[in-house]
Design a protein around this ligand. Sequence first.
Ligand code: SF4
Length: 312
Amino acid sequence: MDSTFPEGRYRKFSHYLRQRFGGPVRKLSLDAGFSCPNRDGRLSAMGCVFCDPRGFTAREMTGSLALEKQISLQIEKGKTRGITRFMAYFQPYTNTYALREKLKCVYDTILAFPEICALAIGTRPDCVDEDKLNLIAEYTDQYEVWVEYGLQSIHDATLQRLNRGHDAAAFFRALELTRRHSEVRVCVHVILGLPGETAEHEQQTAQTLGRLHVEGVKLHPLYIVKDTALALAQKENPIPLLTQSEYVERAGRFLEQLWPETIIQRLTADCPEDVLLAPLWLPQKTKVIQALENWLQEENTWQGKAYPVLEK
Ligand code: SF4
C-alpha cells in the first residue's frame, strides 16, 4: 500500500480546509486578553512548567491591540497574498475562562467580518461547562467551530509533573460535554518528549484519542522557552529533549495509532527564536515536516496504520 490519503500519508489540515471551503483558509491568531486559572492563582500562579509567561506567540504578535484591529490587520495582510477566507483562532491562555456574557461579547466580534468562515477556541478541559458549550455551539449556524483542548498527555503522572492542574478525567468530561453538540469539532493538543514519557506512553495517548475519534490533533515536541519553570529546572538538572530524528520517529509512531479520520492540524511548533532555549532545531519547521514525511515513506507507514481494524 502506498498511502491512505490523497494528500499523503496523514490527513492534512490545509487539504481539509481547501476541500471544505473551496480554497485556502488562513488562521487569524487572536488574543482576547483572557487569563488562565493555572496562572492567576485560582489553581496555581506558576502555570504549566512549559508555559511561556508571554502567552505563546499570539500575545507577542498582537500586543494590546483591540480585537477588531487584530482581525482587520491580519485579514488585510492575508488579502494581499490572495487569501479570502479566514479562521478566527482565540489562541493564548484559556479562551473560555470568563462568564458566558463576556465570552459571547468576545466571540461576537467576528460577526462583523464576512471573510471569517471558521472559529477555533483554545482552552483547558477544566474550563468548559454545559452553558459555555451551548454558547459555542450557537456559532455553528454560521461557522465551522472547533474547540481545542490542551491535554498534552493522557497520563495523570505526566500531567502532575507538568503542573497542569487537571487530570485526564477532566478531559474525558469535557469531551463528553462537547460531544452533546455534534457540530462542534474537537482538536486535542499533545506534546511529545515530555519528562518521564517514552514512545509507549505517547502511543497510549494516541490510542486513547483514536478510540475517542477526536476530529483534530496538534502535535509538537517539548521545547524550552526563557523564563519558564522548565527553563529554571533545565539549569540545575538538564532535561533530555528529543533530537529532530527522535521526534520524527515518535511523531510517526504516534500518527500510526490515530483514527484515520483525525485531521492533523499541526506537526511542530511556532516559537520566536529570541525566547527559545532548546531544541535549536525547532524553528526549521519545513525541514521537520519533510523529514517526517520521508520517514513515513521509508517505513511504508501512515496515519492509522496501527488503528484497530475492527473499529475502522
Ligand atoms: S493551561 Fe495553557 S495558559 Fe494555562 S498555564 Fe498551562 S499552558 Fe499556560
